[in-house]
Design a protein around this ligand. Structure first.
Ligand SMILES: *Cc1c(COP(=O)(O)O)cnc(C)c1O
Length: 379
């Protein structure tokens, strides 16, 4: 291999974070279950001391995530919320100003309430049109979510990051929906890429996990300090399952993106569907910008149906798409977002997470369920 050669993503992802090959050792060492480690003498420089501070299984996963995000270091958390809280509460102090999206992940509203309880001023604006840019004067931190969940709107990460840095603000991007193979926030100018690993990153619907990927080691040390203090640590088993799942991230997300586009096109062309959103759909209001900053468009497609009852009949009529929340699994799921409250969406709004099944089967199932919903069938 010449020095100039850089392996393609699909090649790198199957080995991301693995230790050097060693005779008779497994390629991915199994999970290390340890509350404490043998720790003779001086503790300075000891890589592993106590289980809340560090774990070799986390280290492997964190190396892999840092590699994929193009980060100096990554820090793994028990969940996406653990990772988000780490960023917001590490850098925001009473009197500080934070700029959040008004249309992001629905628990951002709870985080906003906590921040305000602690004396942080929170300003919000919607994701489309880079509307957050107008609120940056005096801000300490800008939080971006692009594409946004569940609205699937996109903002210009590079333009917003540059504007925020000009105001001296730190920039964090929620990269959950895109995954690091779909979008690299740090390469677009962000300081931190934060994600829920529960979704497409791990992709099997069996793990809760989060991470913060950091532009430099100083930021990572602060995030690690927060994790140690609040104890929002991932279990070794979860960290290991996540690392194991990364080997298939490229094939999973490639197939999911391909299927999502086929599903979005079929829904767009269907008379029972009022509106469809998917950043990969040519003609989607977010497509041009998404195509500039994303390399694949994710597995989420949303559609708006006539009303709540129609959407419920549609969901009940699906055979291959399970009714469930969350997204990113290899198995397709869908839900009516209005059932939770909190998202500003119509009653007939359905968020679909497209899996790795055969695209033709999925499209046929969606068409059949739309037909059944029209005929008033509740299967
Ligand atoms: C799910 C989700 C989160 C929260 O992650 P958990 O792992 O469920 O705590 C944060 N941001 C986005 C965009 C999400 O979809």
């Amino acid at each position: 291999m010449s020095d100039a050669h850089r392996d393609a993503e699909a090649t790198r992802v199957v080995r991301a974070g693995l230790p050097p090959e060693e005779a008779y050792a497994p390629p991915l060492p199994g999970p290390v279950f340890a509350a404490h480690y043998h720790l003779p003498g001086d503790v300075d420089g000891a890589p592993y001391t106590y289980g809340r501070d560090g774990n070799p299984t986390w280290t492997g996963l964190e190396r892999a995530v840092a590699e994929l995000e193009g980060a100096a270091e990554a820090v793994a958390f028990a969940s996406g919320m653990g990772a988000m809280s780490a960023v917001l509460f590490t850098w925001l102090r009473p009197g500080d100003v934070a700029v959040l999206p008004s249309d992001g992940y629905n628990l951002l509203a709870s985080l906003r309430q906590r921040l305000e309880d602690f004396g942080v001023t929170v300003r919000t604006a919607p994701t489309p049109g880079d509307a957050q840019r107008e609120l940056l004067a005096g801000a300490r931190l800008l939080w971006i979510e692009s594409p946004s969940n569940p609205g699937l709107d996109v903002c210009d990460i590079r333009a917003l990051a540059d504007a925020a840095h000009a105001h001296g603000a730190l920039v964090a991007v929620d990269n959950t929906l895109a995954t690091p193979l779909g979008q690299r926030p740090l390469a677009l100018g962000a300081d931190l890429s934060v994600a829920s690993g529960t979704k497409a990153l791990t992709g099997h619907g069996d793990v809760l996990l989060g991470y913060v990927a950091c532009r430099d080691a100083g930021l990572a040390a602060q995030v690690r300090g927060w994790r140690k203090t609040v104890g929002a640590i991932p279990g070794p088993m979860e960290a290991w399952l996540a690392h194991r799942s990364l080997a298939t991230l490229e094939v999973r997300t490639a197939r999911q993106a391909e299927n999502a586009l086929a599903v979005a096109e079929a829904l767009r062309d269907h008379p029972e569907v009022t509106a469809v959103r998917h950043p990969g759909l040519p003609g989607d209001p977010a497509h041009a910008l998404a195509a500039r900053q994303m390399s694949r468009f994710g597995c989420v497609v949303s559609c708006t149906l006539e009303d709540r009852e129609f959407a419920e009949r549609f969901l009940a009529g699906l055979r291959l798409v399970g009714e469930a929340t969350s997204f990113g699994s290899v198995r397709s799921t869908a839900e009516r977002r209005g059932r939770w409250g909190g998202d500003a969406v119509p009653e007939g709004f359905v968020r679909l997470s497209v899996g790795v099944e055969d695209a033709g089967d999925l499209v046929a199932d969606l068409r059949s369920a739309l037909g059944a919903a029209r005929r008033g069938e509740l299967s």
